[in-house]
Design a protein around this ligand. Structure first.
Ligand code: 5GP
Ligand code: MG
Length: 185
């Protein structure tokens, strides 16, 4: 029997990346990360940037076969809501001491690059062995600060997206797919 297609909320335009594509891509990324870190002698520290990365991090970490530790940070960014300063402030630090460890920052989306540029510099200054980045989504058209990304899920156009951890005013984070929002005006 044909299944009825679930309708989207009125402020969402369309599904950009469906559940199955996400599952496949995350599996492939985990394999890339396993391969890249296969020779390290102590656990890799995954540092998820709250809140948007929590679902990507949960899925990615469960697909990894290398030993790893999950940790989180929270930052506040002034660059997202019309204010173009792109300032980033650390609100909550990791529980782990990162010094002497290989660190992989796990982020939901790369937009201007301010967040990842700030975090990469800050973590390198702590005497880490390496600092690399995994982003689920990348909006190349929006880059302002250059950032070197080692692991990337999907490239998307310059549209506001929600789902798979990403929100609009705290809504839609738990949608299992990535959807494009219809701008408010
Ligand atoms: P950046 O510092 O690279 O400018 O900003 C990255 C942050 O902006 C992301 O972690 C995310 O919180 C937010 N962001 C950028 N684009 C989007 C989007 O399309 N949807 C959502 N929900 N957040 C976004
Ligand atoms: Mg984020």
């Amino acid at each position: 029997m044909a299944e009825a297609k679930p309708s989207l909320p009125a402020d969402l335009r369309c599904v950009l990346i469906d559940e199955e594509s996400i599952r496949e891509r995350v599996l492939a990324l985990a394999a890339e990360i396993d391969e890249a870190y296969k020779d390290i002698t102590e656990p890799l520290i995954l540092v998820g940037v709250l809140k948007g990365s929590f679902i990507f991090l949960a899925d990615l970490s469960r697909r990894l076969t290398i030993p790893h530790i999950v940790d989180f940070i929270a930052i506040s960014s002034y660059g997202n809501k019309g204010d173009k300063r792109g300032e980033v402030r650390l609100l909550m630090d990791t529980r782990e001491n990162l010094a002497g460890h290989h660190v992989l920052i796990v982020e939901d989306i790369l937009d201007s690059g301010s967040t990842l540029s700030y975090l990469t510099k800050a973590f390198k200054a702590r005497g880490t062995k390496s600092v690399e980045t995994a982003v689920f989504l990348d909006k190349p058209a929006r880059h302002v600060v250059p950032v070197d990304i080692q692991f990337r899920g999907f490239e998307i156009e310059d549209v506001w997206v929600v789902g798979y951890g990403l929100d609009y005013k705290e809504r839609y984070r738990t949608l299992p797919f990535i959807a494009e929002m219809i701008p408010e005006n």
